[in-house]
Design a protein around this ligand. Structure first.
Ligand code: CAA
Length: 251
């Protein structure tokens, strides 16, 4: 009996707050994981390798800038030549530029859009044809509770994250008959550097409003990503999976 090779997963923001744990859990689930992040974050690579020491062989690093379409195209063709077709894509790269709209500069708007929304297009576009041609694909885009509710100081972030879900629903329709699912996971406030950057006072107010009574852990989010990326999750598409400790409940 011949065993099929592990599925190839690409995780953007792969050495970031949520991305590292997503890489770890995908590797533990038997995937061959390529963590994509900015080359300039290479100084974080040593720490990343250490954190992932237990899944060392299954996770490799590739530099790319998700806000740059050419960089993403080159990345995907490099990966496809070296490792084969991308079967799982997790778009977890994201930034904040928190400031109220009355003070927001066009640069703070565009920088955020280029990473958080254009980045999803730039990565999905070069993988989607291969996935549909092979008849299998799992795309999981990280949105946010703040895309669902809006947040003071986040007109840019909330718009991009709501856009990520709209994008995902549309692409889900285009690929549904070809074995490719497209979903979003919407994290609430998690124990990451991004949330640590919020002032202690505001963060405490937020935690007070979380029914579960704590920040989420990156593992809480990675668990949801792995669920949607599983081979047998083929009937879930165009969905948003909120993982927010009850901070925002809806149906
Ligand atoms: N709600 C209500 N009023 C608020 C407020 C809030 N959350 N934050 C500030 N204000 C008030 C201030 O008290 C102040 O009032 P006065 O003018 O009467 O003094 C005024 O609004 C300040 O307005 P500014 O225009 O000066 O605000 P600012 O441009 O300095 O920005 C901010 C304020 C730093 C963005 C602050 O609102 C903030 O930290 N907001 C929360 C941002 C946040 O939650 N980010 C999440 C990051 S993590 C993440 O995004 C991950 C994820 O997916 C969940």
């Amino acid at each position: 009996m011949s065993l099929s090779p592990p599925r190839l997963a690409v995780v953007t923001g792969g050495i970031g707050g949520l991305g590292t744990e997503i890489c770890r859990q995908l590797a533990r689930a038997g995937r061959h994981v390529i963590a994509v992040d900015l080359a300039t974050r290479e100084e974080r690579l040593a720490a990343f390798r250490q954190e992932l020491a237990d899944s060392h062989d299954a996770v490799t690093f590739e530099p790319a800038d998700v806000s740059d379409f050419d960089s993403c195209q080159q990345l995907i063709s490099r990966i496809e030549q070296q490792h084969g077709g991308v079967e799982i894509l997790v778009n977890a790269a994201g930034i904040t530029r928190d400031v109220s709209l009355r003070k927001m500069t066009p640069q703070q708007w565009h920088e955020l859009m280029q990473v958080n929304l254009d980045g999803v297009f730039n990565m999905c576009r070069p993988v989607v044809e291969g996935m549909t041609a092979r008849g299998f694909g799992r795309i999981v885009n990280i949105s946010s509770v703040n895309g669902q509710t809006g947040q003071f100081g986040q007109t840019n972030y909330s718009a991009a994250k709501a856009g990520v879900h709209g994008f995902s629903m549309a692409l889900a329709r285009e690929t549904a008959r070809k074995g490719v699912t497209v979903n979003t996971v919407s994290p609430g406030y998690c124990d990451t550097p991004m949330v640590a950057a919020v002032s202690a006072e505001i963060r405490q107010q937020i935690v007070d409003g979380i029914p579960v009574g704590r920040l989420g852990s990156p593992a809480d989010i990675a668990r949801a990503v792995c669920f949607l990326a599983a081979d047998d999750a083929g009937y879930i598409t165009g969905a948003n999976l909120p993982v927010n400790g009850g901070y925002f409940m809806s149906f």
